[in-house]
Design a protein. Structure first.
Length: 101
């Protein structure tokens, strides 16, 4: 699973591209307020939080695609392991990101 924040418009573009290219099975997009320091300035921004479901084998290409499409100079891309879950759903993720398609 990958977490990524982006502008709301850019988040939708990234999500659609990841699904169309079979790099992700599902991308949840939620609105969040992010508070952070950037170049010494305090920022409070409305962003889209992308929760991206994929497999470890697709991570490298997925990160590359996010970096290609992302509008931020330094995009947040954090990879978290899926330790366990409902097996039929995990199987669906595997089938959805099958690179042999």
């Amino acid at each position: 699973m990958v977490l990524c924040t982006a502008s709301p418009e850019n988040g939708e573009l990234i999500a659609k591209s990841l699904i169309e290219e079979h790099l992700a099975a599902c991308v949840n997009i939620s609105s969040v307020n992010s508070c952070y320091l950037w170049e010494g300035k305090l920022n409070l921004e409305n962003e889209a939080l992308l929760i991206i479901k994929t497999e470890q084998t697709r991570i490298e290409k997925l990160i590359s695609k996010i970096r290609e499409l992302h509008s931020y100079e330094l995009p947040e891309i954090i990879v978290l392991p899926i330790i366990d879950g409902y097996q039929p759903y995990l199987d669906w993720i595997s089938q959805s990101v099958d690179s042999s398609r």
